[in-house]
Design a protein around this ligand. Structure first.
Ligand code: PBG
Length: 326
């Protein structure tokens, strides 16, 4: 039965009807807000390539977290910028490291906020790679112990969820075993499972000062042109090793991966709408070429429809405020 009996436009005839028929809805509960914390005091450094994003010293971070909680957001993910870096990323797992300090402060003031930490070495190593190096090679197995130590020190300082982003093989297993051994059986692991060697991380590396000092990350992060099967295998291994949630990163150029993994696996699916994706929207909006609020909400709806249960995005605070307006 076709036209003129069937008219699809009838379904769109009024605002109320369109709202009733919405199948994808975003809520403030869907979003995780990334924050950069830097050693020092009274620091709020703007990140030039990410308008609206700052590096905060712990005291300033608390003010920001208060705004985040007031806006109704439930969760943040922390990235640390240490005062000093070395070959083995010591500050990543130091008891008084920057992330550990920030966690203790935030947990005390905002005990209900879900605290996630990025577990990786690249922000803490002088060479900027996510693992230990030997003769220009990024070593897998010796790195695992340091990642596990980092995760445990985050849990000890108050992290609810640890999120390994290094892409070493076997890290989820190493982290799960270390957490359990120390009694942190309730600490969740959100694994960056399908993390691609993307050109969209540029602004983040400005914000975190974590650009690799030689070479690139292509021997550990996934090739953007690799098969969907590789993404499935990565996710399956992470789940078998003990991941509670899996992640696809970046988000926008990888919506097929999000959809595929959501169909294949039963655990919560997280998408990371990364720094370069944020920078594009910000730049075009500043020029008046795009309506920022409208495009951001449209993109987030798309990420939900593709299968994201949770979305990490630098737009999260704006989104939370926009959702309060309506
Ligand atoms: C650390 C890490 C990176 C991002 C999150 N964790 C950078 C990288 O892998 O180079 C990127 C996030 C973003 O671009 O917003 N490994």
């Amino acid at each position: 039965m076709g036209f003129p009996v069937t008219r699809m436009r009838r379904l769109r005839i009024s605002n109320v009807l369109r709202e009733m028929l919405q199948a994808t809805r975003i809520s403030v509960n869907d979003f995780i807000y990334p924050l950069f914390v830097i050693e020092g005091e009274k620091i709020k450094n703007p990140v030039p390539s990410m308008p609206g994003v700052y590096q905060f010293s712990p005291d300033q971070l608390l003010f920001e977290v208060e705004k985040i909680v007031k806006a109704g957001l439930k969760s943040i993910i922390l990235f640390g910028i240490p005062a000093k870096k070395d070959a083995i990323g010591s500050e990543a797992y130091a008891e008084n490291g920057i992330v550990q300090k920030a966690l203790r402060l935030i947990k005390e003031e905002f005990p209900d906020l879900v605290l996630i930490t990025d577990v990786c070495l690249c922000e803490y190593t002088d060479h900027g790679h996510c693992g230990l190096i030997d003769n220009g090679r990024i070593l897998n197995d010796p790195t695992l112990e340091l990642l596990a130590k980092t995760a445990v020190s985050h849990a000890q300082a108050g992290a609810d969820i640890v999120a390994p982003s290094d892409m070493m093989d076997g890290r989820v297993k190493a982290i799960r075993e270390a957490l359990d051994q120390k009694g942190f059986t309730d600490t969740l692991i959100m694994a960056y499972s399908a993390k691609y060697a993307s050109s969209f991380y540029g602004p983040f590396r400005d914000a975190a000062g974590s650009a690799p000092q030689f070479g690139d990350r292509k021997t550990y992060q996934m090739d953007p042109a690799s098969s969907l099967e590789q993404a499935i295998l990565e996710a399956r291994l992470d789940i078998e090793e003990g991941a509670d949630m899996i992640m696809v990163k970046p988000a926008l150029a990888y919506m097929d991966v999000i959809k595929k993994l959501k169909e294949r696996f039963l655990c919560p699916m997280v998408s990371y709408n990364v720094s370069g994706e944020y920078a594009m929207i910000k730049a075009a909006s500043e020029k008046g070429w795009l309506d920022e609020k409208a495009v951001v909400l449209e993109l987030m709806t798309g990420l939900k429809r593709a299968g994201s249960d949770l979305i990490i995005t630098y737009h999260a605070l704006d989104i939370a405020r926009w959702l309060q307006e309506v």
